[in-house]
Design a protein around this ligand. Structure first.
Ligand code: PMP
Length: 329
C-alpha cells in the first residue's frame, strides 16, 4: 500500500519543445513540481527526516524546526505529519502568501521574520536554529533542527534518487545538467551522482541576479549585483551543500529572461511553473547555445506557478517591478 512518502520522486522527464527547437538541442525538464508537496524540496525533506529518525535525533511527538523560503517547509510539514512529528517553520515575511498559506494549512507553526542578511543573528536560518536549541533545553521529546543548507543529507537525496532517475530516463545519453541553487542540494547531489556515472557530463549553475554564486564560480569572489523576484534560489554564502557541488561553469539569468521563459512554458507547453524553473530553463537555453547543436541537456522544473499567483501572475506587481507580464492577464 502506498503512502505519501511513496509519492516522492520518480518524476517524469519532459522534453521542452520550444527550448529544444530554438537551440536544436534536446532540452529536458525534470518534473519536480509533481511531487506531493509540489516541489523538488520534498526529496531533501524526506532524507532529512528519515536520517534524523534513524539517528534518534527525532521521534514521534517531537518537533522539527527549519528556516525556509517555503518549499522545504512544506515538504517537511507534510512528511512530519505522516510520522506524527510537529513542525515549526521560520520564513522571511517577503515570501509569497501562497507558500505561507500552504504551510499554515498543513499545520506548521509559522513564524514570519523580517529578511536580514545571513551575518545578522536574526537571519531566518539562524533564528530557526536558536528556536530548536531553546526548545531542546525544556522539551521531554526530541527537537531537531533540519539545517537544510549545511546538512549534506540534502545533497545525498539527489545523489540517491534524482541523479539516478535522470541518468536512467535518458539511458545515459546526457551531455549536461544545469539548475539554480538555493541550498545547493539539488545541483550538488545531481552533479555528484551524474559525474559518478559519466565523468565528462558538464554541471552548470544558472544563477539569478542578486546572488553571489555566479561570481564565485567565475572568479572566486562572493559578489553580487541587481536583484530578483525569484524565491528560494540565489545565495550570499557557500553552504556545505553548495560547497560539494562539482560545478564546471555558470550563467547569470536576469528576471526579464526568466519570466519570458516562464510565460512561454505556460502558453506553449501548458506547464504552469514558478520563476526558478524559468531561471533554470533560460539557463539551459544559454548552455545549449554555448555547447552547440544536438546536445542532451537536463534541468529542473522546481515547483508550481500557483504558489506565486499574487506575484508571478499579478500584472500590477510585475508592472511595479518593470517586468514583463503575460498578454492573457
Ligand atoms: N526552486 C525553488 C522554488 C526552491 O524553493 C528551491 C529551494 N529553496 C530551489 C529551487 C533550489 O533547490 P536547492 O535548495 O536544492 O538548491
Amino acid at each position: 500500500m502506498n503512502t505519501v512518502i511513496d509519492l516522492i520522486g520518480n518524476t517524469p522527464l519532459i522534453k521542452l519543445r520550444k527550448a529544444s527547437e530554438i537551440t536544436e538541442c534536446n532540452i529536458y525538464g525534470k518534473a519536480e513540481f509533481l511531487n506531493p508537496g509540489l516541489s523538488v524540496k520534498d526529496r531533501a525533506a524526506l532524507w532529512i527526516i528519515k536520517d534524523a529518525l534513524k539517528k534518534n535525533n527525532l521521534e514521534k511527538g517531537g518537533t522539527i524546526v527549519e528556516g525556509t523560503a517555503g518549499n522545504t517547509g512544506i515538504g517537511i510539514t507534510m512528511i512530519a505529519n505522516y510520522f506524527g512529528i510537529n513542525t515549526i517553520i521560520v520564513i522571511n515575511n517577503n515570501q509569497s502568501q501562497e507558500k505561507k498559506d500552504a504551510l499554515k494549512n498543513l499545520g506548521a507553526k509559522l513564524i514570519e521574520v523580517d529578511p536580514v542578511p545571513y551575518a545578522n543573528p536574526n537571519n531566518y536560518v539562524k533564528y530557526s536554529k536558536k528556536i530548536a536549541e531553546e526548545m531542546s533545553k525544556t522539551s521531554n521529546k526530541k527537537i531537531c533542527w533540519a539545517n537544510q543548507f549545511d546538512n549534506i543529507i540534502n545533497a545525498q537525496a539527489h545523489i540517491d534518487t534524482t541523479s539516478v532517475e535522470i541518468y536512467n530516463q535518458l539511458d545515459g545519453n546526457i551531455d549536461a545538467f544545469t539548475c539554480s541553487s538555493g541550498t545547493g542540494g539539488t545541483i550538488a547531489g545531481v552533479g555528484i551522482g551524474l559525474k559518478e556515472k559519466k565523468k565528462n557530463i558538464k554541471i552548470v549553475l544558472s544563477d539569478p541576479d542578486g546572488s553571489s554564486l555566479y561570481n564565485y564560480i567565475k572568479n572566486g569572489k562572493l559578489e553580487s549585483s541587481g536583484s530578483s523576484i525569484t524565491e528560494g534560489i540565489g545565495a550570499s554564502r557557500i553552504s556545505k551543500n553548495f560547497g560539494i557541488a562539482p560545478i564546471d561553469d555558470a550563467f547569470q539569468v536576469n528576471d526579464i529572461d526568466a519570466l519570458n521563459v516562464t510565460f512561454d512554458l505556460l502558453k506553449e507547453e501548458g506547464l504552469c511553473l514558478g520563476s526558478s524553473s524559468g531561471i533554470n530553463v533560460a539557463g539551459a537555453i544559454n548552455l545549449a547555445k554555448k555547447m552547440g547543436k544536438g546536445k542532451n541537456i537536463v534541468t529542473i522544473l522546481c515547483d508550481v506557478g500557483t504558489r506565486y499567483t499574487s506575484k508571478l501572475y499579478n500584472v500590477e506587481f510585475l508592472k511595479s517591478k518593470g517586468l514583463p507580464y503575460p498578454d492573457w492577464l
